[in-house]
Design a protein around this ligand. Structure first.
Ligand code: KIV
Length: 297
């Protein structure tokens, strides 16, 4: 049996964030806060800090699974992490990211996968990447009682089609295409849109035109809300950050220092100390000291 302390269950009385609360935030001009999380403890920290939305992003393929990009991530991997996040969060609006391939083959396959996020992992919504071409899927999911968050602009699952991670919507034509993508997704029933990697001016225009909230990442400050990848926030990555990332702490240095000190202590036999060790009760100790062969047994 492990002697690790069990986690105190999450508690708290903060109200549950819903798609309607996010809409109200947009309508009343209050910023929406969002972060990614992939595990129980991170979700709990984020939730307890009062962040509105937790996205179990397929970015976990890179941040925690070590893939080169998001394309290999499977439904099973997403559900495994979504379950853990669900156990840690009480109030935040939980969004499960549909991985590449889980919604591309057919509407019925996509619906089955989306329902798994809701039924098995307790997510409140799912997110899919793509514009007008996803409108019929969004409509079908919405009519199946699934809340859908759209994602347009730089969509990482389109890596090969885009020819790399490139800012989108930088020509007059592509601006109009993205605006019409946004309107199609809204008309199809999406409850919010992630706007990623696009000029500030375009994100501002989409945000003004849409009734549903926009949540930006690399899309400037005029979106209704902002999302960042948790590992980017804390420098828990192994490559230089994108232009839009703000580092709020250097957890990687903290980890490296702590791990190095632990290693030194173990090698020097200064960890664990006597006060970090369990001891025999006094009478047992005395009895075993009187019978040295028992102490050895
Ligand atoms: O997977 C993810 O983390 C995302 C965010 C970048 C929006 O899709």
């Amino acid at each position: 049996m492990s002697l690790t302390q069990p986690q105190n269950p999450p508690s708290g009385t903060a109200p549950k964030i819903t798609a309607s609360s996010l809409l109200l935030k947009k309508q009343s001009g209050q910023p929406i806060t969002a972060l990614t999380a992939y595990d129980y403890s991170t979700a709990r920290f984020i939730d307890e800090a009062g962040i509105d939305v937790i996205l179990v992003g397929d970015s976990l393929g890179m941040t925690v699974l070590g893939y080169e990009n998001t394309l290999p991530v499977t439904m099973e991997e997403m559900l495994h992490h979504a379950h853990a996040v669900g156990r840690g969060a009480r109030s935040a609006f939980l969004v499960g990211d549909m991985p590449y391939g889980s919604y591309h083959a057919s509407i019925s396959r996509a619906t089955e996968n989306a329902l798994r996020f809701i039924k098995e992992a307790g997510m409140a919504a799912i997110k899919i990447e793509g514009g007008a071409s996803r409108a019929s899927l969004v409509e079908h999911l919405t009519s199946s009682e699934v809340a859908v968050v759209g994602h347009i602009g730089l969509t990482p699952q389109s890596l090969h089609r885009m020819g790399g991670y490139k800012v989108q919507g930088i020509s007059a034509v592509s601006m109009e295409t993205l605006l019409s993508d946004a309107l199609s997704l809204e008309a199809a029933g999406a409850v919010a849109l992630v706007l990623e990697g696009m000029p500030r001016e375009l994100a501002a225009r989409i945000t003004r035109v849409l009734k549903i909230p926009t949540i930006g990442i690399g899309a400037g400050p005029d979106c209704d809300g902002q999302i960042l990848v948790f590992h980017d926030l804390f420098n828990l990555t192994f490559s230089p950050p994108a232009k839009f990332v703000r580092r709020y702490a250097d957890a990687s240095q903290l980890f490296r220092d702590g791990i190095a000190r632990y290693r030194e202590d173990v090698c020097a036999r200064t960890f664990p100390s006597d006060s970090e060790s369990y001891h025999l009760p006094g009478e047992v100790k005395k009895a075993t000291e009187d019978q040295p062969e028992l102490a050895k047994a």
